[in-house]
Design a protein around this ligand. Structure first.
Ligand SMILES: [Zn+2]
Ligand SMILES: [Zn+2]
Length: 226
C-alpha cells in the first residue's frame, strides 16, 4: 500500500459519503506530509508538521496545543494531541522500516514488527469466505489471524463474539467480544475491493461512537485517537 493510494482513498470517501469530509481532507494533508518524510524522525519534521497543522487543522482547539515543544519532550508528553503529532512522524518511519524488513506472519495478537495491538482486522478474499488478518496502525503490517478468536482475551466461543454491521458501511463490521468487552472494526475487502483498511477505518468513526455507547472499548485507538 502506498501513501498515494491512501490519499486517493480519502478523496474517494470524502466524495462518496457524508461522513466527516473535513476529517478526510485533514487526513489527506497529513498523509501527503508523511509521504514526503525522509529517513528517520528529525526535529525539522516536527516544525514542518506544526506549520501544516496551524494551516489545516479542522478543529481550532488543536491550536492551543501548539506552543513550542521539542521532539524529546513530545515523546514524553502525556498530552493526547502531542501523542498525535509524534505518531504522525513515527508512523511514516515505522511504515518505511516495516517495508524493508518483512516479517513472517504468525498467529499472535500483536504486530510481529513493532508489538502494537492491532487497530483493525482485514478480511481478504481467499477461498469461499476470506481470510482474516490483523492490521498494525503504526507500521501497517498485516498478519494472519484466526477468524473466531478475540485478539484481546483469547475468547473462541462464537456466541461470545458478536459481530455488528450498519447499513451505511456494508464492508465494515464491528467485531466485539462479550467476555472482555473489547472490539475492533474489520474491513471486508471481499465486499469492497477498493477499500484501504487504514483509511476506511478512520472514516467510520460513527461505528466507534456506536460501540462506545454499547459499552465496548476499542482494542487500539487509531491515528486520530478514536
Ligand atoms: Zn507494527
Ligand atoms: Zn475478548
Amino acid at each position: 500500500m502506498t501513501w498515494q493510494r491512501r490519499i486517493e482513498r480519502a478523496q474517494e470517501l470524502a466524495k462518496e459519503s457524508a461522513v466527516l469530509p473535513e476529517v478526510l481532507d485533514f487526513y489527506q494533508q497529513i498523509a501527503r506530509f508523511q509521504s514526503n518524510l525522509a529517513d528517520g524522525p528529525a526535529p525539522a519534521d516536527l516544525e514542518a508538521l506544526l506549520t501544516l497543522i496551524r494551516r489545516t487543522a479542522p478543529d481550532p482547539r488543536v491550536h492551543a496545543h501548539l506552543p513550542e515543544i521539542a521532539w524529546d519532550d513530545l515523546l514524553r508528553s502525556a498530552d493526547p494531541m502531542h501523542a498525535f503529532f509524534a505518531r504522525v512522524i513515527l508512523q511514516a518511519d515505522a511504515a518505511a522500516r516495516a517495508r524493508r524488513n518483512p516479517t513472517a506472519s504468525e498467529v499472535q495478537p500483536r504486530c510481529p514488527f513493532c508489538a502494537e495491538k492491532p487497530v483493525a482486522a482485514v478480511l481478504r478474499p481467499e477461498g469461499d469466505v476470506g481470510k482474516r488478518f490483523l492490521l498494525c496502525g503504526l507500521c501497517f503490517t498485516e498478519w494472519e489471524y484466526r477468524r473466531l478468536l478475540c485478539p484481546n482475551c483469547g475468547e473462541e466461543d462464537k456466541d461470545k463474539l458478536p459481530v455488528y454491521t450498519a447499513e451505511e458501511f456494508p464492508h465494515i463490521r464491528v467485531e466485539s467480544c462479550d467476555t472482555c468487552r473489547v472490539y475492533l472494526k474489520s474491513i471486508d475487502l471481499t465486499k469492497d475491493g477498493r477499500a484501504v483498511p487504514e483509511v476506511d477505518e478512520l472514516a467510520s468513526v460513527v461505528l466507534d461512537l456506536w460501540a462506545a455507547e454499547h459499552g465496548y472499548t476499542k482494542l487500539q485507538p487509531n491515528l486520530f485517537g478514536m
